[in-house]
Design a protein around this ligand. Structure first.
Ligand SMILES: NC(=O)c1ccc[n+]([C@@H]2O[C@H](COP(=O)([O-])OP(=O)(O)OC[C@H]3O[C@@H](n4cnc5c(N)ncnc54)[C@H](OP(=O)(O)O)[C@@H]3O)[C@@H](O)[C@H]2O)c1
Length: 394
C-alpha cells in the first residue's frame, strides 16, 4: 500500500479559512487565560527556544526490541515522502526534522524500500548521516522493485530479491549496515525458513544487525524466530485497531520479541487532523480507508472526542494521549508516529512523559471498548496481505 502514487494536495478542510479546530481551541484557551503572547513575551519565548536549541541531545526513555535498545518513540518516514499529501519534503526540511528528532532523544528511524519508492531511504540516509552511528535505522524488503525506476511488481521475498533489496537500501541509506531489517509482508510463495536463512547470512556478513516481520501470520513468527531470533514485529495498532492485543502481543511476550505499532495515530485521526468536513483528494490513501469516508468519520470521531476528554484530565493533546496509551500497554512497545512537521514532532515526543497508572489504563480501556467504530480497519487489498502464513518448507 505504501507506494501508491500520490497526487499533490490531500485533505481539503471545508472548515478551512486557515484556522483548524485545534488552533481555534488553543487560541481561545490562551486568550481566555489571559496568556495571548504580547510582543514582549514573544521575545522572551524566542530567546528560550534558541538557547534550548543549543543544548545537547535530550534523553528520552529507552526500550528494548528483543536485544536492540531504542528510544521509547521512533519517527516514521511516510509523511516526509508525501504518502498522504503527495508533498515530498525538500531534503533541507527533512534534515532539520530528523536533526530535531535526534536532538530530542529519538534514535529509531523507520523507512522502507517502497516508501517513495526508493525516495524515503535516500532522505533518511542523508538526514541521519551526521549522527548515523548513534541511531537505529529500520528498513524493509519484500517487494519486487525495479532498482532503477522504482516500479513495484508485487510481493517477492526470494533470497536473490532480498539480497538485491538490501544492497540498494545500503546505498540509498549511505551506510554499510542496517540496524533492523523487516520483511514488509509475508510472501505466500516463499517459506519463511528461506527468508530467515537469507537474513541470517546477511547478519553473518555484517550487513544486517537485527531483523523483524511486518503483519505476519502467528505461526510464521514462530517458524522465523526458530531460525533466527526476531527483534520486532511491526503491525498496525492504535485505539481503533486493537486486534494485536489478542494475537500477536501475547506471542511477542512469550518469545521476547519487541512490538512496533505502525499508524499509531490512525493516519492522523487521533492527532485531531481529520474532522467531519475533511475530504481527501484522489491519491491520498485515506480517501480509500473505510474509517475515514465521509459517512464513517462522524461516528468514528466519538473515539477522538473520548481521547480528548482524557486529554483534558491529563493535560495532554489527543496525539499525546494516544501515544502514551500505546506506551503504557507493554514496556517493549515502541510506536513510530510519522510526521513532516516540527511542531507535530515536538507535540508527539512529549507523550513520553505522559503516564497512565494501572487504574487509569483499565478505566481508559473500559471506555474505549464501548465505542463502536464504523468501517473495516483497512482497505481490502491491504488486509488481504495481513496475517498471511508462509508456505511450508520443502
Ligand atoms: N509496516 C507497515 O506496513 C507500515 C504501514 C504504514 C506505516 N508504517 C510506518 O509507520 C509510520 C507511522 O505511520 P503513518 O505515518 O502512516 O501514520 P500515523 O503515524 O498514524 O499518522 C501520520 C499522520 O498524522 C499526522 N500527524 C502526526 N502527528 C501529528 C500531530 N501532532 N498533529 C497533527 N497531525 C499529525 C501526519 O501529518 P503531518 O505530516 O502533517 O504531521 C500524518 O498525516 C510510517 O511513517 C511508516 O514508517 C509501516
Amino acid at each position: 500500500m505504501e507506494n501508491e502514487k500520490m497526487n499533490s494536495e490531500n485533505a481539503s478542510n471545508a472548515q478551512g479559512e486557515g484556522v483548524n479546530r485545534r488552533d481555534f481551541l488553543s487560541r481561545s484557551a490562551l486568550a481566555g487565560a489571559g496568556l495571548a503572547l504580547s510582543p514582549l513575551s514573544w521575545a522572551a519565548a524566542k530567546n528560550e527556544t534558541s538557547s534550548a536549541a543549543l543544548q545537547k541531545p535530550k534523553a528520552m526513555n529507552r526500550r528494548r526490541l528483543g536485544s536492540l535498545e531504542v528510544s521509547a518513540l521512533g519517527l516514521g518516514g511516510l509523511s516526509v515522502v508525501g504518502f498522504y499529501t503527495g508533498d515530498v519534503r525538500e531534503q533541507r526540511q527533512v534534515n532539520r526534522l530528523y536533526r530535531e528528532a535526534f536532538d530530542n532523544g529519538v534514535t529509531l528511524f523507520d523507512t522502507a524500500e517502497v516508501y517513495g519508492p526508493l525516495i524515503n531511504e535516500r532522505q533518511v540516509g542523508e538526514a541521519v548521516a551526521p549522527f548515523r552511528k548513534e541511531v537505529v535505522i529500520a528498513t524493509k524488503f519484500g517487494f519486487d522493485v525495479d532498482p532503477e525506476t522504482g516500479e513495484r511488481r508485487g510481493l517477492d521475498s526470494r533470497p536473490k530479491t532480498i539480497r538485491r533489496a538490501v544492497e540498494g537500501s545500503l546505498k540509498r541509506l549511505k551506510t554499510d549496515y542496517v540496524d533492523l531489517l523487516y520483511q514488509h509482508r509475508v510472501d505466500p510463495n516463499v517459506p519463511i525458513e528461506d527468508v530467515a536463512g537469507t537474513v541470517k547470512e546477511l547478519m553473518q556478513e555484517g550487513k544486517v544487525l537485527h531483523w523483524g516481520l511486518s503483519e505476519p501470520g502467528l505461526n510464521t513468527i514462530r517458524r522465523a524466530h526458530a531460525v533466527q531470533p526476531l527483534a520486532a514485529i511491526q503491525n498496525e495498532y492504535s485505539p481503533w485497531t486493537r486486534d494485536p492485543e489478542t494475537g500477536v502481543l501475547p506471542l511477542c511476550e512469550e518469545l521476547n520479541i519487541g512490538f512496533v505499532p505502525w499508524c499509531p495515530l490512525g493516519y492522523g485521526f487521533f492527532a485531531d487532523a481529520i474532522n467531519e468536513n475533511t475530504r481527501f483528494s484522489e491519491g491520498d490513501f485515506r480517501a480509500i480507508l473505510p474509517r475515514t469516508t465521509p459517512e464513517n468519520i462522524p461516528q468514528n470521531l466519538e473515539m477522538l472526542y473520548y481521547i480528548e476528554e482524557w486529554g483534558l484530565h491529563k493535560n495532554a493533546t489527543a496525539s499525546q494521549i494516544t501515544l502514551a496509551w500505546l506506551l503504557a500497554q507493554k514496556p517493549w512497545i515502541v510506536p513510530i508516529p510519522g510526521t513532516s512537521k516540527s511542531v507535530h514532532l515536538r507535540e508527539n515526543l512529549k507523550a513520553d512523559s505522559v503516564k497512565f497508572s494501572a487504574a487509569e489504563l483499565k478505566a481508559f480501556n473500559d471506555g474505549l471498548s464501548k465505542i463502536e467504530i464504523a468501517g473495516a480497519k483497512n482497505a481490502k487489498p491491504v488486509m488481504e496481505a495481513m496475517g498471511v502464513e508462509a508456505p511450508p518448507k520443502g
